[in-house]
Design a protein around this ligand. Structure first.
Ligand SMILES: Nc1ncnc2c1ncn2[C@@H]1O[C@H](COP(=O)(O)OP(=O)(O)OP(=O)(O)O)[C@@H](O)[C@H]1O
Ligand SMILES: [Mg+2]
Length: 215
């Protein structure tokens, strides 16, 4: 059988080489800085102008603001889902564009605003992303730290309960706790929890404090 030849354009070839040459750190400390960042979506031309923030390594920093103010976008810029039009985002003092993308994301644990669980057991949903076989004690410790262990052991089959599309229906908060346990188990240097709405009522405020204590 013959296959059509796929020719690489010179630009793509160069990009591959540049990708290989990028920095692949074994470890990052997790000091995040954004300086004078301008960013816009095509349909929303003015999300940030001259935005700056410093998130110290090992610190829990909450991004609080009204809906649409750009909290998720900041997480997206740190994960390099998008690049700023102007300004710079740095991790450990280095422009994040200098890092190999896969390597950078290995060090970042993101808990999205509305995490979806894949079809599989609770255990599989927590251990996703960790390369080695996970020790049961480590798994339970991560779930406890994420405040998820108590509700998990209360499920019909505990950690072996099936979840996902056709499985168990968990509340948004429970899914988020599983996602936080997953992020903790991955042991990244930067954890982004994209969960915060403007704390206009007491429940939101308590939730906000809870999340900040967790990560
Ligand atoms: N993919 C996109 N394309 C176009 N506009 C977008 C996109 N994502 C977000 N926006 C717009 O950019 C602005 C910032 O959005 P973002 O999601 O960062 O806000 P947020 O603070 O996380 O809001 P929420 O608290 O509701 O999650 C909003 O006006 C939003 O409508
Ligand atoms: Mg958001």
């Amino acid at each position: 059988m013959t296959y059509p030849k796929v020719r690489m354009q010179s630009g793509q070839f160069l990009q591959c080489w540049i990708g290989l040459l990028k920095f692949k750190p074994d470890k990052i400390i997790g000091h995040v800085e954004a300086h004078n960042v301008d960013f816009a979506y095509p349909a929303r031309p003015d999300v940030f102008k001259g935005f700056s923030i410093i998130i110290g390594a090992g610190k829990s920093t909450a991004l609080v603001g009204p809906s649409g103010s750009g909290k998720s976008t900041i997480i997206g810029l740190i994960e390099r889902f998008y690049d700023p039009f102007r300004g710079i985002v740095k991790i450990d003092g280095l422009d994040i564009r200098s890092y190999n993308l896969r390597s950078l994301r290995k060090h970042i644990g993101l808990v999205s605003q509305e995490p979806t669980l894949f079809s599989g057991t609770v255990r599989q949903n927590i251990t996703d992303g960790t390369s080695d076989n996970v020790d049961e004690t480590e798994l339970i410790e991560a779930a406890k730290a994420a405040n998820a262990h108590n509700f998990i052991v209360g499920l019909e089959n505990g950690y072996d309960t099936w979840c996902g599309d056709r499985g168990l229906h968990l509340s948004g908060g429970q899914k988020q706790r599983i996602a936080i346990a997953r992020a903790i188990l991955k042991n990244p240097s930067v954890v982004g929890v994209n969960a915060i709405e403007y704390p206009s009522n007491v429940d939101h405020f308590i939730r906000l404090k809870e999340i900040c204590n967790l990560v």
